[in-house]
Design a protein around this ligand. Structure first.
Ligand SMILES: Nc1ncnc2c1ncn2[C@@H]1O[C@H](COP(=O)(O)OP(=O)(O)OP(=O)(O)O)[C@@H](O)[C@H]1O
Length: 813
């Protein structure tokens, strides 16, 4: 039943104090993956770069990026927590924004209203103003480098091309993305990076309010021509103020172009918006280097991280980004909104006020050797992160079957409707930053740019899609040719945007990354020739089972007992009522509320019999038929056997999260069980009858109960004491601690069926006890499946300690 906890973190790589999961982004040289800090339990983004693959120029750039990200701290810039260097790899750990790129949002929405545009643009401008005031230029402002955090807050990322610039200095390196590049860059001139940023901001605002790019082009040369023409066509629905603003940012002559101060002062920015106050508030919310350290966090870190007070003080006040201590403190501080805890009089004094800088101890009050934390303090550490979406109590969306392949997972697993498929796969369509050297993109060589690519082909055609019809006008303009914006925007059918063939993705500097016209034609031909078809539910079920071997995440029954010796693909140590499979493999089983306890017991009994009588499941099959009789809302025929099991619903984590199938699919579990099932679940949750994996796209029934995502925070112990004694000990410990619990009895269907006792605590801790072969010892598992918190961890630790005390022969798995 149980295993050592680390082994359960399937698919999660451990780097430093992080469990690193699936990839969420890919850049020129970097892969960005989602991760979770093991102490703070905060989700973060980890950008990994293999430095051995970088040339000297890119190494310098990388070190500059590191320098810049560790010196900036702004509410609208993704915050860096830690820099790790392991072997050839460099990892930049930063706050995680789950909502994704503005680019993807715009791909879905098209243009946004001017009010929304104003909010996002003001936040971006505040971040750029902060950078420019610090003498930093971003040089790659674009919708792909703007993420949306919690509450749709803008978070600027990607400082790969940022640099320092003194007031009179001009820069020479060509970098950025062509559609956002200022004319002086396109011309290959030396340039003022700050003014180049303003140009990119002009393009950004244009995209926000129109849904398309301002300059059309068939190629970089055409783009250049279009930019240098000085003509910016702005559709009629854009307000006069906004059009004026855009034009002032897209001024060809950089010396006449707006500065960031002018941007913040433009009247469009002030419509229903107190920009000055907003920017001031933002600047004042930038946390200064803490003068005092939070005592609760200090104690928590001493207990959980086993660091000394001195180590913590040194790392935090020294802002040592290469120390896990600093990152842990900052992550915890962000959770408790440190500001609210400061000034309580209990703080640790800042380094500067101490007598001895070296020891850091002179003025520090002696703390108790074993610091204690009150429940109240612990609760504060468990607060959500105030700003970003980093707080999370589970690793549920960290893992994937194959972390790196997850860059294109859904493309393969689901057949999406045509438009969605092509638009939604941002990894295929997204534009990448070109990082060309000056020579490569010098005016003379620009004409020799590689073959036209789709992105550039579609500049005029609004890669973000045809501008949505003005509200209420759609009916009046049924045909694209009649669209009021037609004069300015040649139409493009976005559904025909072509995914970039892998072979053509650019790997590095200055490459073109998109397909040629030939590929486009081929693609269009294929589109009409092969209309997209959805797999049937059965096909999905079968293909999922074929792929994942019917894995599921709860009580197990060996598949090789059934249907001819297929080995259960899940190693014994992972087969636990609490272990979590990576999300790609995981699915939730929703049970039938109509399945009574009695019916369930009956099914269990038949199943047990089936195991003992040569795996004959015909009775079970019949039973399902009987069960389904009279409630056949969704008749599903599966190769001759017509069964209706509308209440046995299967969906998967991905569908649920992405609302693809808000409901689940139902299909005939018995037929699939006969052919493919490796495991069967009875009694996983009180009402669950049977569970299979599925990657269903088409939903049919409604989940009757919300699934609880299984966290992998599992502890375990193997006791030599009898099962009943272990259960009693746990129950009496909980009673002493005055912690209520619900007790349920379940069966674990191993070759030898055994009883399992489950104690469910309202705080989200689940304790399972079962006697398991081969030793027939009492295996106890503790899982925090909800509201992951240090308090829950401490409770599990205490109970484990208690069991160890009464059972000197205990062992770990
Ligand atoms: N903090 C984050 N939270 C969520 N997603 C992120 C985060 N940081 C990066 N990403 C995702 O990873 C992608 C690549 O990250 P980033 O732009 O930093 O890499 P890069 O190598 O500099 O990319 P490029 O070559 O496009 O400039 C982003 O576009 C974004 O989708």
């Amino acid at each position: 039943m149980a295993a050592a906890a680390p082994k359960r973190r399937m698919g999660l790589e451990k780097i430093g104090l992080y469990d690193v999961g699936r990839a969420i982004g890919k850049g020129n040289f970097a892969t960005v993956r989602i991760a979770r800090h093991r102490i703070a339990k905060t989700k973060v983004a980890v950008k990994s770069i293999d430095v051995s693959k970088l040339d000297k120029e890119n190494l310098i750039k990388l070190e500059r990026e590191v320098k810049i990200v560790t010196m900036i701290d702004h509410p609208h810039i993704v915050k860096c927590y830690e820099i790790m260097r392991v072997d050839n790899m460099l990892y930049i750990v930063s706050e995680y924004c789950s909502t994704g790129e503005l680019y993807a949002t715009l791909m879905g929405k098209g243009r946004v209203t001017e009010d929304i545009a104003r909010k996002w643009f003001t936040e971006t401008a505040a971040a750029v103003s902060y950078l420019h005031n610090k003498g930093i230029v971003h040089r790659d402002l674009k919708t792909e480098n703007i993420l949306l955090g919690k509450d749709s807050k803008i978070k600027l990322i990607d400082f790969g091309f940022s640099n320092f610039q003194t007031p009179d200095q001009l820069l020479n390196t060509w970098c950025g993305s062509p559609p956002y590049a200022a004319p002086e860059l396109l011309l290959g001139n030396s340039y003022d990076g700050m003014k180049a940023d303003i140009w990119s901001m002009g393009v950004l605002l244009y995209i926000l309010v129109t849904g398309g790019f301002p300059f059309g082009s068939e190629s970089v040369n055409d783009l250049k021509r279009s930019v240098l023409s000085g003509v910016v066509k702005i559709p009629y629905w854009v307000s006069v103020e906004c059009a004026d603003f855009i034009r002032k940012m897209l001024v060809l002559n950089p010396t006449k172009r707006m500065t960031i101060q002018n941007v913040l002062a433009h009247r469009w920015m002030h419509i229903r918006n107190d920009v000055k106050k907003q920017v001031q508030n933002l600047e004042s919310s930038i946390r200064p280097t803490p003068s005092k350290l939070n005592p609760t966090i200090m104690m928590f870190m001493q207990q959980h991280g086993k660091w000394t007070e001195e180590q913590i003080i040194d790392a935090v006040l020294g802002r040592n980004f290469e120390s896990p201590i600093f990152a842990t403190y900052e992550l915890l501080a962000d959770k408790v909104k440190i500001g609210s805890l400061e000034g309580t009089g209990e703080e640790y004094p800042r380094r500067g006020s101490r007598g001895s800088i070296l020891s850091g101890r002179a003025n520090v009050d002696e703390q108790p050797l074993t610091p204690t934390i009150s429940a109240h303090q612990l609760a504060q550490l468990n607060l959500s992160s105030p700003d970003c979406d980093s707080d999370d109590s589970s690793n549920s969306d960290l893992c994937d079957e194959s972390p790196l392949s997850s860059l294109e997972p859904n493309h393969k697993q689901f057949t999406l409707p045509r438009g969605l498929d092509l638009m939604g796969n941002r990894f295929e369509n997204r534009r990448h930053t070109l990082c060309a050297s000056e020579q490569l993109l010098s005016p003379n060589l620009m004409g020799q740019f590689p073959p036209p690519n789709l992105l550039l082909n579609n500049f005029t055609m609004s890669p973000l899609g045809f501008p949505p019809m003005p509200e209420g006008q759609a009916a009046e303009f049924p045909f694209p040719s009649l669209h009021p914006a037609l004069g300015a925007f040649p139409t493009t059918d976005l559904s025909k945007m072509l995914p970039v063939p892998k072979s053509e993705r650019r790997a590095s500097a200055g490459e073109t990354l998109l397909p040629t016209n030939f590929d486009l034609q081929q693609h269009l031909a294929n589109l009409s020739a092969n209309p997209v078809s959805f797999p049937t539910v059965e096909e999905e079920g079968r293909s999922y089972l074929a792929k994942y071997g019917g894995k599921r995440n709860t009580v197990h029954c060996l598949g090789n007992q059934i249907g001819g010796g297929v080995q259960n693909p899940i190693p014994r140590y992972q087969r636990t009522p609490y272990a979590k499979a990576p999300p790609a493999e995981r699915r939730s089983s929703w049970a039938s509320p109509s399945l009574s306890q009695q019916q369930q017991s009956h099914l269990e009994k038949i199943f047990k019999d089936a195991l003992q009588t040569n795996n004959d499941i015909s009775r079970l099959h019949k039973e399902f038929k009987n069960l389904s009789h009279g409630c056949a809302q969704s008749q599903i025929t599966n190769e001759g056997s017509s069964l209706a099991c509308p209440q046995i619903s299967i969906t998967d984590e991905y569908n649920r999260q992405h609302n693809i199938a808000p409901s689940a699919s139902s299909f005939d579990p018995v037929s699939i069980f006969q052919k493919n099932a490796q495991e069967v679940v009875f009694g996983q949750r009180p009402a669950t009858a049977i569970g299979f994996s599925s990657t269903s796209f088409s939903g049919m029934s409604t989940p009757e109960q919300t699934t609880r995502s299984m966290d992998d925070r599992v502890r375990s112990i193997v006791c030599t004491l009898p099962f009943a004694e272990v259960v009693e000990e746990l129950k009496s410990s909980l009673n002493i601690l005055k912690i209520p619990f619900a007790e349920t009895q379940e069966m674990v269907y191993e070759p030898q069926v055994t009883e399992m006792r489950r104690l469910s605590l309202p705080s989200g801790v689940e304790i399972g006890v079962a006697v398991l072969p081969p030793e027939h010892k009492s295996h106890v598992e503790f899982a925090i499946i909800n509201n992951d918190s240090p308090t829950s961890e401490i409770l599990c630790d205490q109970l484990i300690c208690r069991l160890r005390m009464i059972d000197p022969n205990w062992s770990s798995e």
